[in-house]
Write a protein that binds this ligand. Structure first.
Ligand SMILES: NC(=O)c1ccc[n+]([C@@H]2O[C@H](COP(=O)([O-])OP(=O)(O)OC[C@H]3O[C@@H](n4cnc5c(N)ncnc54)[C@H](OP(=O)(O)O)[C@@H]3O)[C@@H](O)[C@H]2O)c1
Length: 199
């Protein structure tokens, strides 16, 4: 038996319908950006004994602004370092290899790719254009290859540290802006906030 001929007009109708439907869809999770957000000393210092190193009020304000609505992806140690858990107003997502780990108020994943996939789906569902990877060193290391954007605060100071931002190839990134902030009573050192996007 020969296959039934397909009516071209109906295919065209299906294609037109598909275009209309897709063009009115909200952003899909695939289009959601992944931003690394970190503050580092001159030597890439990130933290010591599960604490931050620098007291920079203006940088904290910028951090709150950038991450205000974005799902936050973090490592188990950074989660434990938060003075108030979860950080309010957005989903908190914690990566740990400990399948018994409980993080009340957060979502827990056992590796970074599914944590990021969940974060992107949550962002997409609430119309937010990106998710934030907020540390620490282990999660930045794993996240660098997956990130599309970075906000790096480069602090003009050195500090004793136990964890450092991973080395990365700057030639893969385009700097899109930089803002210089001088030291003052609220900011113990001067710093530059640099925005990057992947080339
Ligand atoms: N300066 C900044 O911008 C900044 C930002 C954030 C944090 N920090 C500082 O960074 C320090 C914490 O960084 P850290 O590197 O020690 O810890 P972390 O990255 O916050 O957490 C490490 C833990 O996350 C889990 N983990 C890491 N990679 C994973 C993966 N690929 N899949 C699944 N789970 C994974 C493991 O948890 P389990 O051991 O439970 O398996 C690991 O022990 C603190 O001092 C903090 O203050 C600084």
């Amino acid at each position: 038996m020969s296959p039934k001929p397909v009516h071209c007009a109906s295919i065209a109708a299906v294609i037109t319908e598909f275009h209309v439907a897709t063009s009115t869809f909200p952003v899909t999770a695939d289009t959601i950006g992944v931003r690394i957000v970190a503050a580092i000393g001159r030597r890439g210092e990130l933290g010591r004994d599960n604490r931050l190193l620098f007291r920079l009020k203006a940088d904290m304000a910028n951090y709150r602004r950038i991450t205000a609505k974005t799902p936050l992806v973090m490592g188990r140690k950074t989660w434990e370092s938060l003075p108030k858990r979860p950080l309010p107003g957005r989903p908190n997502i914690v990566a740990t290899r400990n399948l018994d780990f409980l993080a009340p108020g957060a979502f827990v994943y056992s590796s970074l790719p599914p944590a990021l996939a969940a974060a992107r789906a949550m962002a997409s569902a609430s119309g937010v254009p990106e998710v934030s990877i907020i540390g620490g060193a282990a999660i930045y290391e794993a996240g660098l290859a997956l990130a599309t954007h970075m906000t790096l605060t480069e602090v003009d100071a050195e500090a004793e540290a136990t964890v450092f931002f991973p080395r990365f190839d700057r030639s893969l990134w385009r700097e899109t802006s930089s803002v210089h902030v001088a030291a003052d009573a609220d900011n113990e050192a001067s710093f530059v906030i640099r925005e990057f996007e992947r080339k």
